[in-house]
Design a protein around this ligand. Structure first.
Ligand code: ATP
Length: 226
């Protein structure tokens, strides 16, 4: 599903690579945590998988496609197969929960009739039934992240990327968000999550890939934070 082969990424003006000859394969349906100190290169991996940055060397394969050489006009279509969740939720502030989720369908050309059927279903799934018409500022942080998860999942992506999705949430709310990601993973969606949250990693016992200074230093099935 995802393959990094000898990937090196050095940002312009940087004195050393942010990722240094990284190789890692992720199978369909896996749940993988990327952990490591601040600045070790975790978010750069997410950016590579989204084709937001390109590597200086190596290959990045996502959904069976080598994306490093992908033409720029193909990138928006490629990204539709990937759902994303971030620490800061990134909701549209002047749109309701319903509209935020429906927007993800609109941009891929789905009709309003489809949205009327699918959006309430997915909001129910994330536990927000009855709060469809609230604006982000009328929702708690955990609820806003649920909207973001619903938006990421509404197109049933093959891959869900989550960059510190619990970074702004308290421990109990974080566990609720993890339950959701776990449910999504159990539908067959591959989940790749960057986190600093040791409790979550230790509770979930999924594959753990640890990065230090741009290199993989540990890759452990049913791992712990360490
Ligand atoms: N656009 C950029 N230009 C130059 N250097 C960058 C850029 N983005 C990231 N870096 C550098 O690359 C390294 C890895 O950054 P990255 O954001 O991948 O780390 P991270 O492990 O996600 O960190 P954190 O846990 O703090 O979010 C850091 O040294 C950072 O300063």
């Amino acid at each position: 599903m995802i393959q990094l082969e000898n990937v090196t990424k050095t940002y312009p003006k940087a004195s050393r690579p942010s990722l240094d000859q990284v190789s890692c394969g992720i199978e369909k349906g896996e749940f993988v945590f990327f952990i490591g100190p601040s600045g070790s290169g975790k978010s750069t991996i997410i950016k590579l998988l989204l084709h937001e940055v390109t590597p200086n060397q190596g290959k990045v394969v996502v959904n069976g496609r080598e994306i490093t050489s992908m033409r720029s006009w193909k990138i928006p279509h490629f990204r539709r197969s990937i759902g994303c969740v971030f620490q800061d939720f990134r909701l549209l502030p002047n749109r309701t929960a319903y509209e935020n989720v429906a927007f993800a369908l609109e941009v891929i050309g789905k009709t309003k009739a489809v949205a009327r059927r699918v959006v309430p279903e997915v909001l129910e799934l994330v536990g927000l039934g009855g709060k469809e018409h609230r604006y982000p500022h009328e929702l708690s942080g955990g609820e806003q992240q649920r909207v973001a998860v619903a938006r990421a999942f509404v197109n049933r992506p093959l891959i869900l990327l989550a960059d510190e999705p619990t970074g702004n949430l308290d421990p109990d709310t974080s566990i609720e968000i993890m339950r959701l990601l776990d449910r999504i993973n159990r539908t067959g969606t591959t989940v790749v999550m960057v986190t600093h949250d040791s409790n979550i990693v230790n509770q979930m016992r999924r594959r753990v890939v640890e990065i230090e200074s741009g290199r993989i230093v540990r890759d452990q099935a049913r791992g712990v934070y360490g």
